[in-house]
Ligand binder design. Structure first.
Ligand SMILES: O=c1ccn([C@@H]2O[C@H](COP(=O)(O)O)[C@@H](O)[C@H]2O)c(=O)[nH]1
Length: 271
């Protein structure tokens, strides 16, 4: 039995694999399964959590770093998978054999209720079939997840506003990416409207979102080639301050995610 409200852990974040667990007293869900089933089990164990406790898996989009272990995890724990129709079309072969009941269509903008945990998806801009982010509500609490997006549309802003905690992409430092080893086409894709958010853009977005309600933001999907957590935090803070958005460390925090270990459980109700 867990305490009241929403809790979550980002099990792994980045282009080597993404997975997050969101839970409250009524349900626990895995968001993306972009590592092997074995690795996802290990990461869940590190947080004293077992796949038997999951109610289902929500998918943001079909890229392999989001679905690598999906079929195996769904089969092992007999879980339904929720994704929109275009994402299903794009990932069905990779998922492999599942029962018809495991294939659940959740169209973009739809919501699901698992007891007191309400989940809603919103469209994002990325080079996938129909990528989405999700937000979760339990009473007044709200957690939003927005990664793998080339830019933040008005719709995304609307969807993630009023969050208590946000998991937001800060993929790259623009200069490191420009100078880095990736081929030009890959750089162009990452910098495009269907690529990934830079540290600067994450800061710009946060400067518009910061209210008393927003307690912390986890910087996510950091590039191992073109970013470093301390640089990301500094750039985000600078971008916020250059827009007149100043905060005290006890009012708002930028938090780390990792590609190789899970974040501690975060309870939204806690300061
Ligand atoms: O050789 C590569 C490396 C990465 N990508 C894709 O680029 C983005 C950003 O990757 P980072 O690891 O965060 O730098 C991501 O979508 C990768 O899949 C690539 O296409 N080729």
């Amino acid at each position: 039995m867990i305490g009241t409200g929403i809790q979550f852990t980002v099990l792994s974040s980045g282009s080597t694999g993404n997975a997050t667990i969101v839970r409250n007293k009524d349900a626990a869900l895995l968001i993306d399964a972009g590592l092997s089933a074995k690795r996802i089990d290990e990461l869940m164990n590190e947080r004293d959590f077992s796949g038997d406790q999951l109610e289902g898996i929500l998918i943001t989009h079909e890229h392999s770093d989001h679905i690598r272990g999906l079929g195996a995890v769904a089969r092992k724990y007999k879980l339904p998978i929720y994704a929109n129709e275009k994402t299903w079309l794009a990932m069905e072969r990779a998922v492999g054999k599942i029962t018809p009941e495991q294939k659940q269509v959740m169209q973009t903008g739809d919501f699901l209720n698992f007891g007191s945990l309400r989940i809603e998806s919103f469209g994002i801009s990325h080079d996938a079939a129909e990528p989405v982010g999700y937000f979760f509500r339990d009473g007044e609490q709200k957690l939003s997840l927005a990664t793998d997006l080339g830019y933040v549309s008005d719709k995304v802003m609307q969807s993630i506003t009023d969050s208590d905690v946000l998991v937001l992409e800060a993929n790259h430092d623009i200069e490191m990416l420009r100078m880095g080893r990736y081929p030009w086409n890959t750089k162009r894709r990452i910098l495009s409207d269907i690529g990934h958010l830079s540290n600067d853009t994450a800061g710009e977005v946060l400067s518009e979102l910061l209210t008393k309600k927003l307690k912390r933001t986890y910087l996510a999907h950091l590039s191992r080639d073109h970013n470093m957590m301390e640089l990301a935090k500094m750039t985000v803070r600078d971008a916020m301050e250059s827009r007149g958005c100043f905060y005290k460390d006890h009012e708002f925090k930028l938090c780390d995610t990792y590609y190789d270990r899970p974040t501690p459980w975060d309870a939204l109700g806690e300061a």
